[in-house]
Design a binder for this molecule. Sequence first.
Ligand SMILES: [Zn+2]
Length: 285
Amino acid sequence: MHRNGWFIASVAAIIVSGGCSAPGGAKHDPASAAPQAPSDKLYEGRYLSTSEVRAKHEWEAERSIHFSKLVRGNPKTKRIALTFDDGPHPDYTPQLLDELKAAKVRATFFVIGKMVDAHPELAAREAAEGHEVANHTYNHRRLPTLTDAGIEQELTLGADAIRRAIGAPTKLYRPPGGEYDDDVINVTRRLGDCMVLWTDDPADYANPGPNVIVERTMRAVSNGGILLLHDGAKESLGILPELLAGLKARGFTFVTCSEMARERGIITTGGPDTWKAAAAPGAKR
Ligand SMILES: [Zn+2]
């Protein structure tokens, strides 16, 4: 596999045997789980830290475990992707969209299917204003706790909700909490999806204080960064104009995750439904 020093095989579609983690605990189908209302409970549970995301990626690369995954963009260009998870949220997403429009910045929204079904007009507005609407599963359950069938159901139901709301498909998804295991990888391959993680997490969901979010972001952000933010984080809303101005002042421009993925070697032929990962050794990564 091609290796270019900074980063190993950010995207590839070579299917290999073996996995990336030990067998997990008991799995269950989502149908048997108690309904979970969209709420602050979304933020319960552990999220992988940025360093864990990176370490896991390197661990997989060392073992030649490849699947379609975007963990950062091109480190040589000052392009970054803003991502907002867990919406659309009726109390926050409209203001968020107003702020992005005022700043002329496009972002990627990783939306939860049942939130989309509850507020399809907000997902439609996101798409109409030039943002990317991507999949964050239907119920926001932690995928490694589910059976293969449950994982597939969460991803396909989430994608279906997006298609209903905006009239276009997506093959990009982000696993809740960044958590995935061998089964999630295998389902990702089978569906032809691309998993998107992140490089920067200022932990806005914990509302650490507006200045802290700005400071954490500005300190850590780098070329090709993927920033993890949340629709429902009140403090992110308050500081978004300042954050965007600060990032622009540093020379960063903004791309969607699809644009970033394409640049990293995930290519499309004929539209979003035909996403394919570039598998050719030596492909620019
Ligand atoms: Zn989430």
